[in-house]
Design a protein around this ligand. Structure first.
Ligand SMILES: NC(=O)c1ccc[n+]([C@@H]2O[C@H](COP(=O)([O-])OP(=O)(O)OC[C@H]3O[C@@H](n4cnc5c(N)ncnc54)[C@H](O)[C@@H]3O)[C@@H](O)[C@H]2O)c1
Length: 352
């Protein structure tokens, strides 16, 4: 069978490799081209995956008439310009997270998507794990009832990136919030049904990175405080139009007990609560005066979530279905994160 959708990558670094099994597994897609400003990287990519059409020019890749889908896997600051150019050239775009570092850029991407009629999706891979889908299915069936409060966090201990691409405001715009906060915030908002945020009170701090001798267990690297001007941690209280509330905490560096990463999402509804990723449900029976817990039955993921997102993106194109991660949801995420920065600067709650 001829695979109808041809895929071209922009960026062949770390994360791009995790998308490959998805494009290979989809019955609709075939990888045919790749671009990277690093000539050696793109050459190695071609050899590894048997791709012949290789270039260091993003313009050449975007204007290649054989390509239907462009998979953007480059640093955050390039996402908006490349995605807009690709949409203008009539391509569908899967773009790594964050869709763009600022809400204004995401808004421009949405406008380009609407003008092109093509699909734009943020690679929020956590939505595509079996655990996330199992919990979402329960929520959609009303098991939790109306969700009126959530607590979510993604906390790392001594595990910060340390290169300027991530920790210098000029290059990265923000720190832990836009690097990892996007994951847990996107997932939580999706589970809550993406209610409209109306106010945000937040703090964002850089404390431990500026201590003498500060280091990251990521490659056991020393932190250079002179380039580290993004936040290492952030916390926020968000109110939504429907009355629901969220407490969010994110950190690359924190004296937290966990080694590595502690990622949790607690959702509290009128009919029940839940804990992800453990996938437990907590309920009360007022008639029998009982409280009880239930563990969701989970099946093994067939594909790793980064790959599964590619399969579902392609399927949505073929089916004429909406984007599995609409850019409007990413706009909500970036609007909340941007408000945390503004709240920190102004020392007060931000009304959106
Ligand atoms: N979803 C996830 O779990 C996850 C994990 C890591 C990174 N990411 C995201 O993926 C993106 C890339 O991160 P990475 O870790 O793969 O980075 P990386 O540095 O490993 O790879 C990026 C590649 O892009 C190339 N590149 C840089 N600028 C370019 C440009 N303008 N045009 C063409 N090529 C360019 C670099 O040469 C490099 O090969 C980032 O947006 C990051 O936030 C997502």
């Amino acid at each position: 069978m001829t695979k109808m959708l041809k895929v071209g990558f922009i960026g062949t670094g770390g994360i791009a490799h995790t998308h490959v099994p998805g494009w290979q597994a989809s019955p609709h897609t075939e990888m045919i081209a790749a671009c990277d400003i690093n000539e050696t990287a793109v050459k190695n990519w071609g050899e590894r995956y048997g791709i012949q059409t290789l270039t260091t020019s993003t313009e050449e890749l975007i204007n290649n008439p054989d390509i239907d889908i462009i998979d953007i896997c480059v640093p955050n600051s390039y996402h908006a310009d490349l995605a807009i150019a690709a949409l203008n050239a009539g391509k569908h775009v899967l773009c790594e997270k964050p869709l763009a570092p600022t809400p204004a850029e995401v808004q421009k991407m949405i406008e380009a998507r609407d003008a092109s009629g093509k699909m734009l999706m943020t690679a929020q891979h956590f939505r595509f794990s079996g655990k996330s889908k199992a919990l979402k299915a329960e929520i959609d069936q009303g098991v939790l009832g109306e969700i009126y409060h959530a607590r979510s966090w993604m906390l790392r201990r001594s595990f910060t990136p340390y290169t300027a691409a991530f920790v210098s405001k000029a290059q990265a715009y923000g720190g832990a919030s836009i690097d990892i906060g996007v994951h847990i915030l996107d997932l939580t908002l999706w589970m809550m049904g993406n209610p409209k945020p109306v106010t945000v009170s937040g703090v964002s701090r850089t404390e431990l990175a500026h201590m003498p001798g500060a280091f990251s267990t990521w490659n056991m690297a020393d932190i250079d405080p002179s380039i580290y001007d993004v936040e290492e941690m952030a916390a926020a209280f968000v109110r939504f139009e429907n009355g629901a509330t969220l407490i969010l905490e994110v950190a690359w560096l924190l004296h937290h007990s966990t080694t590595g990463e502690d990622m949790q999402m607690w959702l509290y509804g009128k009919e029940g609560g839940s804990l992800w990723p453990k996938c437990e449900i907590f309920q009360t029976n007022n008639a029998t005066k009982q409280i009880y817990n239930r563990q969701l039955t989970l099946t093994n993921d067939q594909l790793e979530p980064h790959a599964q997102e590619c399969v579902e993106f392609a399927q949505a194109i073929v089916d004429g279905a909406p984007s599995p991660v609409p850019a409007e949801h990413s706009l909500q995420v970036m609007t909340i994160l941007d408000a945390i920065y503004r709240s920190q600067e102004m020392g007060r709650e931000i009304v959106l």
